[in-house]
Write a protein that binds this ligand. Structure first.
Ligand SMILES: Nc1nc2c(ncn2[C@@H]2O[C@H](COP(=O)(O)OP(=O)(O)OP(=O)(O)O)[C@@H](O)[C@H]2O)c(=O)[nH]1
Ligand SMILES: [Mg+2]
Length: 244
């Protein structure tokens, strides 16, 4: 009996030593490598590294971008694609700046493309035409502020073209936008009621529908800064960029 047992255990040990583990080890290595690559890729995608210049057409985004990142003011044309450059702060900190087109058919698409890597948003406003375009200016700002992807990053509403005599001040622009956001909020609510909003990435802005909207009601850091890219007066913006 003991003889038989010894025989069978010898057979088993021979079989185990005969197994070739190389393919199993290769498969494990491949799985592990894929997981590491996926992890790194996802991390890279969500690293917030860019300052996003956005806003309506003609507000001066590309003009300011060329000043800040290329060190010169250039004649600009309506952008159809983004400009990416680097800005070095006074403290020597390098920041990636992305200037995206403001055309109504493009701005939403570009915002969606860059919102997950944005570490701050510069929302550029043409202070001369803001009153005429207030619906669009407020609507796009609402989209940005209500988006969960950007709700934790600071926003600067840069009130450009202050060199023009008809330019509205940053305080006037702020209160104009607060009034208009009440209307935008109402419109969005009715739109959401007519569709399934369970997967919406949009949050409600402000206290409640019955309370007039004020920027102070939202937790996000938002400031209104005057600017004239033409006269190279953008100290408020560069001071903000130092804090990033
Ligand atoms: N008066 C005045 N004009 C400015 C200022 N900044 C930009 N502009 C002018 O505004 C116009 C539009 O500027 P752009 O930089 O092309 O505007 P944009 O926001 O990039 O526009 P899109 O690319 O269409 O989204 C240009 O003619 C600029 O010269 C400013 O501070 N003052
Ligand atoms: Mg442009």
């Amino acid at each position: 009996m003991e003889k038989m047992n010894r025989k069978s255990s010898a057979k088993a040990s021979i079989k185990l030593s005969e197994i070739n583990y190389t393919p199993v080890l290769i498969a494990l290595a491949v799985v592990l490598l894929t997981l590491v690559i996926l992890f790194l890729w996802k991390r890279k995608k969500t690293v917030r590294s860019a300052v996003l210049f956005t806003g309506l057409c003609d507000s001066g985004k590309t003009f300011l971008f060329t000043h800040l990142c290329l060190g010169e003011g250039r004649e600009t044309f309506t952008s159809i694609k983004e400009n990416v450059g680097n800005y070095r702060t006074d403290k020597g900190h390098e920041l990636k700046v992305v200037d995206v087109p403001g055309h109504e058919r493009l701005r939403g698409k570009f915002f969606d493309e860059y919102k997950n890597i944005a570490k701050a948003i510069v929302y550029m406003v043409d202070s001369v035409t803001v009153q005429k375009d207030i619906r669009d200016v407020a609507d796009f700002l609402y989209t940005i502020l209500a988006d969960k992807a950007t709700s934790k990053i600071p926003v600067v509403v840069l009130c450009n073209k202050q060199d023009e005599t008809l330019a509205k001040s940053e305080t006037a622009i702020k209160s104009m936008l607060e009034k208009e956001i009440n209307i935008v909020r109402q419109t969005r609510k009715s739109q959401l009621q007519s569709v399934d909003n369970s997967s919406s990435s949009e949050t409600f802005l402000g206290k409640s529908m019955g309370v007039e909207f004020e920027f102070g009601q939202i937790g996000q850091r938002i400031r209104f800064v005057p600017c004239s890219a033409k006269d190279e007066k953008y100290d408020g913006l560069t001071t903000f960029l130092e804090t990033l």
